[in-house]
Design a protein around this ligand. Structure first.
Ligand code: SF4
Length: 276
């Protein structure tokens, strides 16, 4: 877990899965891939295997050790709902989020069909919790907007959109059932531009439908220079968080031990297959 995330809309990152497979235009300049591939072949580095998909079961219980409540971005270096992550492992990650409930978790995916399938079944227990925020990435109309429809069909208590990198005007779209919207442009070499009017349109729709709006950045090749002001101000709206009491250290350890015990058998097979 990284305690000091540089991502504007979160406090920390937790990566019990590493690596991913690109699936849509928003993935073109994936920062996680660029970062991970830098370390391919570096012995002992967490990204020794580059961006290849890898489960990291030794990271599963990390949130239990983190005792001040945080906003945690889950799998900032991966996608929990990609097909290579077995259902029991996605359940294990969700069980941790349900048990270490003094944190608020942000789970973001481009695999909205599997999100819908699992939240409606095996992960229903986690869908109904207020401390787990389920979100989809939206980059354009063709790939992104159908994900919003899938997300809306889930029984999630809290749903959010990460509209980043915004690649075109999304037009008018349905924000019903959505509790938070983040918007941002692409950054880094070869960044695709984002037009002001595309952002204004989303801000307007959020305002009309009373959805908190967070403007992350303009992006571009020189991200710091372009900043994050929109019409002369920042937009850092957040939804309300449900904060559970942090247990004392001994109880924290007991909860973590109980988690490990209850999931050991269920996790064994898929973990052996994928981490061998
Ligand atoms: S889904 Fe996310 S993590 Fe996976 S390749 Fe695309 S941008 Fe990268």
């Amino acid at each position: 877990m990284s305690l000091n995330s540089h991502i504007e809309w979160t406090d920390a990152t937790w990566n019990p899965v590493r690596g991913c497979v690109k699936i849509s235009p928003g993935c073109k300049h994936c920062y996680a891939e660029t970062f991970a591939e830098r370390f391919r072949g570096v012995k002992g580095h967490p990204y020794e295997q580059g961006f290849d998909l890898r489960l990291v079961p030794e990271k599963l219980t990390e949130p239990f050790a983190w005792r001040s409540p945080k906003l945690v971005f889950v799998n900032s270096m991966s996608d929990l709902f990609q097909s290579g992550v077995p259902d029991p492992y996605a359940e294990a990650v969700s069980r941790v989020m349900a048990a270490a409930n003094w944190h608020t978790y942000q789970v973001l995916t481009k695999r909205s069909e599997r999100l819908l399938q699992l939240l409606s079944g095996q992960l229903l227990f986690a869908a109904e919790l207020g401390n787990i925020w389920w979100g989809v990435s939206v980059e354009d109309r063709r790939h992104g907007l159908p994900r919003v429809d899938d997300l809306r069909k889930t029984p999630a208590k809290f749903r959010f959109l990460s509209i980043e990198p915004l690649l075109e005007d999304l037009g008018e779209f349905d924000l019903s059932g959505i509790a938070w919207v983040i918007v941002g442009g692409e950054s880094g070499p070869g960044a695709r531009p984002m037009k002001r009017e595309w952002v204004i349109s989303i801000r307007k729709q959020c305002g009309e439908q009373r959805v908190p709006f967070f403007f992350k950045q303009w992006g571009g090749v020189r991200k710091a220079k372009n900043g994050r002001l929109l019409d002369g101000r920042t937009y850092d709206e957040y939804p309300e968080r449900v904060a559970a009491q942090v247990p004392d250290r001994v109880n924290c350890l007991k909860i973590a031990a109980a988690f490990l015990e209850s999931f050991e058998m269920g996790l064994k097979d898929p973990l052996v297959q994928l981490t061998a």
